[in-house]
Design a protein around this ligand. Structure first.
Ligand code: KG4
Ligand code: ZN
Length: 334
């Protein structure tokens, strides 16, 4: 097969990202993360859409420049179709359509959660199929059985909040900036997980985080009632306790998935897979259980366009492309 060069675009949430992939190898990976939402407690869709519009030309140009690939030598454009926020998705999809039309090359739609798993193929070691992937992001928490690059089966999913949301909503209660996951991670490393928080009992391989969120809210309220300044004085221990509880919930289900399927190649993906507590605990559990575990480099955990390009590449070599009348799917199923 001839060399394939794919430009990938990601704009589903608050990162404007572009990457160039050559034969499944990442040549460039450029991300512009929006700071607009930092003090607003979450992503404001309209602000995000506008920021994507401002950034997209620069980010795409930069990705092309860094890759050394000329626009005219591209073979396809891969773009996130969903899930995500409608306005932000529209910016990326419309930009990708325009380029596809003007360059006369195919458009390839990519599912954002599929792409998070495919981030494992951005660099070695690649997990062997079949493997189980715990995909944990700001909007999703899933246990996925990856059978091939393109065949994925959801084994379990969250019934309410996602793991990332549990971090972000806790952060809001603690007065931390959005997204709070990295802040909690950092503060947790300075504290001890000495506060007991409830682990939800959910059947099967599904998850639930809304009970934990409520429990944390009451715990903080009671703490402040008993000791003025409790949150401020104990923030590191609170973060360590919340982080350890979320990690325990996630790994308990991953362990159950391994027991049920007998598959011992396990991976984590998505923004929360950047969490140092999760990475450390998974490594320890893997040694203890004899699993082989796959943990992406930080640059491929949180939203990026390289993962969109890698997912796009595996579709491209199978000849799977999209029509130009494709529209974003904010709630697209995997
Ligand atoms: O995958 P991602 O970048 O975007 C979505 O697809 O949602 O995930 C973003 C989520 C946010 O909830 C953020 O707080 C969380 O990932 N996150 C972390 C860490 N880094 C990002 N959560 C815990 N610890 C981290 N180090
Ligand atoms: Zn994501």
């Amino acid at each position: 097969m001839n060399t394939s060069r794919i430009l990938a675009i990601e704009s589903s949430c608050d990162d404007t990202a572009a990457a160039v992939i050559e034969d499944g190898r990442v040549l460039s990976n450029v991300i512009s993360s929006q700071k607009e939402h930092k003090d607003l407690g979450g992503v404001v869709p309209e602000l995000a859409s506008r920021a994507h519009q401002v950034q997209i030309v620069r980010v795409v140009s930069e990705a092309l420049r860094m890759s050394g690939v000329n626009k005219a030598d591209l073979d396809a454009i891969a773009v996130t179709r969903g899930p995500g926020l409608l306005g932000p998705l529209l910016v990326g999809v419309n930009f990708a359509k325009g380029l596809s039309l003007s360059l006369g090359i195919p458009l390839i739609e990519v599912h954002h959660m599929h792409a998070h798993i495919m981030a494992h193929f951005a660099e070695p070691p690649h997990p062997p199929f079949p493997f189980i992937c715990l995909t944990v992001s700001g909007g999703h928490t899933q246990l996925v059985l990856a059978k091939t690059h393109l065949n994925m089966e959801i084994l379990g999913t969250t019934l309410d909040d996602a793991a990332g949301e549990a971090f972000d909503k806790t952060g809001k209660l603690l007065g931390l900036p959005y997204p709070a996951g990295p802040w909690i991670d950092r503060l947790a490393s300075q504290g001890e997980p000495k506060f007991k928080l409830p682990i939800p009992r959910i059947d099967g391989l599904d998850f639930s985080f809304s009970g934990l969120k409520t429990a944390i809210m009451y715990f903080l309220r009671e703490g402040e009632k008993a000791e003025a300044g409790f949150i401020k004085n104990s923030i590191a221990d609170i973060c360590a306790s919340v982080q350890q509880t979320i990690v325990n919930i996630l790994l308990e289900k991953l362990e159950r998935a391994v027991d049920l399927t007998g598959i011992t190649h396990v991976a984590i993906a998505g923004g929360v897979s950047a969490n140092s507590g999760l990475r450390r605990s998974l490594s320890e559990l893997s040694v203890q259980k004899g699993w082989s575990s796959y943990i992406p480099s930080f640059e491929f955990c949180t939203d990026n366009a390289a993962m969109i390009g890698i997912a796009g590449y595996y579709k491209y070599i199978e000849g799977i492309t999209s029509d130009l009348d494709m529209t974003p799917e904010p709630r697209g199923k995997l």
